[in-house]
Ligand binder design. Structure first.
Ligand SMILES: [Fe+2]
Length: 169
């Protein structure tokens, strides 16, 4: 029988911080994924998730940048001990520092579902690149993989509209 996980969030976040890793997967079972994420010094991409997400701030504050249907960038601020529900399909960029921790739950991806990671030009806001990714296993840290692919390729980081090059990292 599956052992139902009971997670002490603050203790688990502390262990993740000590490990130096970005993500600690708590469960991937049935239709659910749960993980604790540590913030990044630098996060520039917008994630389009085929699943809904719930994000709860265990420690620290998150600025969730997101894009409205007409393409405007807005920011939702989630203080410590608060949660936000982000429906599937909204381009969103969770920005929080490396000493901040969030509990995130999503639906486990279905066969053929694709996650997208989008970068926009910092100068003119044109779309720079769309990295498409099949998230079959969250322990593989798909966000870090998408970042590596984007930043190692200068063509992806060069704006087709205004020529601005997003600096690596
Ligand atoms: Fe541009």
């Amino acid at each position: 029988m599956f052992t139902m996980p009971i997670v002490n969030l603050e203790e688990h976040a502390r262990q993740l911080g000590d490990s130096g890793k970005r993500v600690s997967v708590l469960w991937q079972h049935s239709e659910s994924i749960g993980f604790i994420a540590r913030g990044r010094e630098y996060r520039s991409e917008f994630h389009i998730n085929p699943s809904d997400e719930v994000m709860y701030m265990i420690k620290g504050t998150m600025n969730l940048h997101y894009r409205t249907p007409d393409g405007r960038e807005e920011i939702a601020t989630i203080p410590e001990k608060a949660a936000i529900f982000t429906p599937a399909g909204i381009p969103h960029s969770p920005r929080f520092p490396p000493d901040a921790f969030a509990l995130i739950t999503e639906r486990r991806r279905r066969e053929g579902e694709v996650d997208q990671f989008l970068w926009y030009c910092l100068k003119c806001d044109a779309l720079l690149h769309n990295e498409r990714f099949i998230v079959s296993d969250y322990t593989a840290d798909p966000v870090s993989k998408a970042y590596a692919r984007f930043f190692e390729n200068e063509t992806f980081r060069t704006c087709k509209s205004c020529g601005e090059v997003m600096p690596p990292g």
